[in-house]
Design a protein around this ligand. Sequence first.
Ligand SMILES: [Fe+2]
Length: 371
Amino acid sequence: MGSATYLQKFREDASKVRVLVVDDEEFLRSIVRERLEIAGYIVEEASNGNEALAMLEGSVPFSVLLTDIRMPGMDGITLLGVWGKRCPGTAGIVMSANAELDTAVHALKMGACDYITKPFNFDVLLITIENALRKKDLERQLDDYRANLEGKVKEQTDIINSMYVRSIDAMIKALEAKDFYTRGHSHRVTLYSIAIADELGVTGQEREDLHRASVLHDLGKIGVREAVLNKPGKLTELEFAEIVRHPGTAVRILEPIPFFHPLLPAILHHHERFDGKGYPSRLAGRNIPLASRIMTISDTFDAMTSTRAYRKALPVADAIAEIRRCSGTQFDPEIVPAFLACQPKIVIPDEVSLPDGFEEAVPASFLPRPV
Ligand SMILES: [Fe+2]
């Protein structure tokens, strides 16, 4: 847009272009005012910084702040700083004497759009104002563009993430189809983990990450042969080694997708034991991520109370007794009481089946509230 057109645009709606002239010299203010009003601007005056700031209250915003530097009371530089914080959309212009060039440069650093040296030619003043307005307008356009761009990027990222989640969900379903006995396992582990987390007071992103990690924790079993997963008898050493690799396999599947990064430590270490005898890293105590220490209880409890290829389900009461017995060795002794006492705050989806005998054996507080 050419400069004439630009100013013309403002002149057509002059109420939008309000200029505040701040100078302790009344004569200079009045002559500047007269010239700017002839050019189509609405002009107001203040004799120092304090007076200028007082004019901000309840006033229609000023498009331009044209200020002297040296004034009694608040000087122009301080005024620019305070004004810029309260009205960042105003174009600040400093009027300085030649001798004050350093100060004018300082004013630019403080956010002024431009400066003009006194005495000035009024045509130059008009061009300076116009340039400052254009600069502010471009800044606004850039801000709008950035805001829109951020929104668009977020929208696209959400779409991509939801596609990833759907693909991974499909993989979980494929895993459950392959491993008949773990059908519904990740759902139940998620249910128990969240109930424990709520009892422990885990909230926000940490709770959300635990939820996601619980759903995905056994994803790596997709890399374990079906014959091993569903083997009725005891596993050989090699077969067990194949099982042990499943947390690492899950991490390798999820690692390329940044969206899943916060979940990886919890998934990798969901088979660690509190006494350091677990796998894959033999981490112990609080070196094991909190989410893993929670998930390992949920995971073991569900494994014990589900029928597997190699054994029948344990009664729920026996499984609870086993969790208690292993508190401090396999499980974090500070999380076991939460497992025993937790009160779920989520509604169980219809498709999730609980182990037989669960309701009789589990403390009432653990059971989900009726919908
Ligand atoms: Fe696992």
